[in-house]
Design a protein around this ligand. Structure first.
Ligand code: NAG
Ligand code: NAG
Ligand code: CU
Length: 668
């Protein structure tokens, strides 16, 4: 038993916490600042937990309880100062430690050693250290030589091992390698057949496999850098200029962004990346902001591969849970990742040593205008005139980009004056390919786990599941999920020549079991999130509807297959759970080597009541990726998205009062 978990210590720490001194109050949802991250490190290092084998795996803001926040928000100046708290996950002494650190009062508020399946998010330092082991490992050096490859052209990457029914042997990691040579596109040049299993904490290679020798695919034609391209060149469009001569139409004050009829808080988390909180929209009837979202973020990106062979069977990644957004985020490049009118926000996360790491420009915010109308009409029936009226579609986009190894994801939240929120993902980057003997499609024999995309290169079949945590608070926290089922009605009363029509039959979900939806098997329905206690003037219940994505793949794996057990939530696109501050990660808090006992599907099996209470929508977009030659040597953006659209939230369409910028501002 760990000396740190003693009841006595716990008590002592709590007593120390009450000796409080407090300083100025930032917005309670603001992410941890670099000085707060440093303070957390100091508090922990000077506590009895400090030990030689000691690493940080998560440091994030522990938000105040929702009701506390809402009461602060209703009158910030009159409210007592809310202590700033952090949730921290450490590995020390071969154990996982969970701590709540009270930064305001400079102490550890609680500390426990966790038991249970799964391990915390890897940190960058241990991943770098473990990949370096290979270069002094004689069998590996021999394997590289055997393939005629220069060791200094080799780079290795870490692959989480997942869980495939084996008993727990500690925090393990697999390594596989690539050849750089004449190209920067390492992912198109796998050193296929070599798999190294290592212990992440002992920093030891445990198993070494060199099973197959196939040619390393050629570098020619794979380098994506513009400077490396040779004539004949491809097409180039003419320059398009984005300009806002009157300046930006939004304001950023701290992390609060105000634009048009929207107000929202933009934050950053080491695991989730971009976090949108407390998004509300102005109700033009009474000039009051009405809440739509309490909190939303990408909870997980899960990518299982479909090749059961020794080198590939374990590949079923939980990108956010295994690796985390922080270390894999990209600084956005002005003019490339975001338009010239964008404003940027930085992010911070704690590295393995607990020190703050600065990611400049991790989020960009900009107004988008692409020459599209948000609404238009031409009227020709009124004698003597033709009326054409339209409003430009201008929206506010909040964007971040993550590079999860080979894949890059562009993640957008787009807010519209109509009240809609469009959520968009672009998948790009490089595929993960398998080296093969085949150099022509006609040679392919036997089972197929991918498509030949270049000589000696197979793009392996896989899925992408992007899961969103959407804590909708429609006009308050008390919400219900309503399916407006669309049903055919047969007519045979002789009063109309029609034989049928459709109508809606509304069904309020009472428990979690009613709110697991697979769009492939569900009857057509409008999916509504309503506040039963708030009505429009007309008497309709205010709500938002979910317009589902065309990227609606669900897992085709069998229920007893390990990647499916671990990501059972990928069997449905939609789940609704009662709000629980602790339930943040669809793949579980400890996703690495998880057994599926703490994921969204497991929570939902409790079948709790979800009617007329605070509820959370979990929505997963899915793509089955069957590679083609156009995915080689790079992938053009594949996009998908969904929309949250007001449904009786406004008394009438708010676009009617939107001021067209082409006609100048209206008189006030
Ligand atoms: C924490 O432990 C390390 C290694 O044992 C030691 O060097 C360091 O001084 C300790 N830090 C504090 C604040 O006690
Ligand atoms: C969930 O709970 C409801 C209400 O208690 C019950 O009718 C239903 O059968 C339960 N469903 C499952 C799958 O347990
Ligand atoms: Cu893909």
């Amino acid at each position: 038993m760990s000396p740190f978990s003693s009841q006595f210590l716990q008590l002592l720490l709590l007593i120390l916490c009450s000796l409080s001194l407090s300083f100025g109050q930032p917005h309670p949802l603001d992410p941890l600042t670099p000085s707060e991250i440093s303070a957390i490190r100091t508090i922990i290092k000077s506590s009895s937990i400090n030990s030689t084998s000691f690493s940080f795996h998560y440091v994030g803001l522990e938000e105040p309880d929702k009701q506390t926040f809402l009461s602060w928000h209703s009158n910030p100046t009159a409210h007592p100062i809310l202590p700033r708290q952090a949730f921290v996950i450490l590995r020390a002494g071969g154990q996982t430690h969970e701590l709540y650190v009270d930064i305001t009062n400079n102490c550890i508020a609680s500390h426990r050693v966790r038991s249970g399946n799964g391990y915390p998010t890897l940190n960058m330092e241990e991943q770098n250290a473990v990949t370096l082991l290979t270069f002094n490992y004689t069998p590996f050096v021999e394997s590289v030589k055997k393939r005629g490859v220069d060791l200094k052209d080799v780079v290795c990457s870490t692959y989480t091992v997942g869980w495939n029914g084996e008993r727990d042997k500690g925090r393990l990691i697999k390594l596989q390698c690539f050849v750089v040579g004449e190209t920067a596109n390492i992912y198109m040049r796998p050193l296929e057949g070599i798999t190294i299993l290592a212990d992440l904490e002992a920093m030891l290679i445990l198993e070494y496999l060199d099973r197959i020798v196939v040619p390393v695919p050629e570098a020619t034609g794979t380098d994506y850098r513009a400077s490396r391209q040779m004539p004949p060149y491809g097409p180039r469009g003419n320059r398009v200029v984005v300009a806002q001569p009157e300046g930006k139409g939004f304001t950023v004050s701290g992390n609060v962004v105000r634009w048009a009829n929207w107000a929202l808080h933009v934050g950053f988390d080491a695991r989730a990346g971009l976090v949108i909180s407390h998004a509300s929209v102005l109700n033009d009837e009474n000039n009051e902001y009405r809440s739509v979202l309490y909190k939303s973020y990408v909870s997980e990106i899960c990518v299982p591969y479909m090749d059961p062979s020794e080198e590939w069977y374990f590949k079923a990644f939980f990108d956010y849970g295994d690796y985390g957004f922080g270390p894999l985020s990209s600084s956005l490049e002005p003019m490339i990742d975001c338009p010239p009118n964008a404003e940027y926000m930085d992010g911070y996360y704690a590295n393995g040593d607990g020190s703050p790491v600065h990611i400049p420009n991790v989020i960009c915010i900009f107004e988008r205008y692409a020459g599209d109308p948000s609404w238009r009409h031409t009227e020709i029936l009124i004698p003597g005139k033709v009326i054409t009226e339209a409003r430009e579609e201008v929206s506010l986009v909040v964007r971040t980009v993550t590079t999860l190894g080979n894949y890059d994801y562009v993640l957008d939240w787009e807010f519209k004056t109509s009240g809609s929120i469009k959520v968009w993902v672009g998948l790009t980057g490089m595929m993960e390919v398998r080296g093969t003997d085949y150099s022509h499609a006609k040679e392919i024999r036997g089972e197929q786990h991918g498509e030949l995309v270049a000589p000696n290169t197979i793009g392996v079949y896989h899925d992408h599941y992007i899961s969103y945590h959407l804590d909708l608070d429609i006009a308050g926290t008390t919400n219900s999920f309503v399916k407006a089922n669309i049903k055919t009605v047969r007519v045979n009363d002789g009063k109309t020549p029609r034989k049928s029509y459709w109508t809606t039959v509304k069904e309020t979900a009472t428990t979690e079991a009613d709110a697991r939806v697979d769009f492939h098997t569900a009857a057509p329905a409008e999916l509504l999130f309503v506040n039963p206690g708030v009505k429009t003037k007309l008497g309709n219940t205010v709500g938002y509807r979910l317009i589902s994505s065309s990227a609606a793949a669900t897992s085709l794996l069998t229920d007893d297959d390990y990647p499916l057990i671990r990501a059972a939530y990928t069997k449905k696109q939609l789940w609704v759970t009662p709000y629980n501050k602790r339930d943040k990660w669809v793949s579980g808090l400890y996703a690495d080597q998880s057994h599926g006992d703490d994921n969204l599907a497991a929570w939902s099996m409790r079948n709790r009541s979800i009617e007329n209470t605070d509820i959370v929508l979990w929505y997963t977009m899915g793509i089955h990726h069957i590679p083609s030659q156009e995915d080689f040597p790079l992938m053009s953006m594949l996009s998908c998205g969904f929309e949250l659209r007001p449904f009786n939230f406004f008394d009438r369409n708010p676009l009617i009062k939107t001021q067209p910028f082409s006609k100048g501002r209206w008189a006030t």
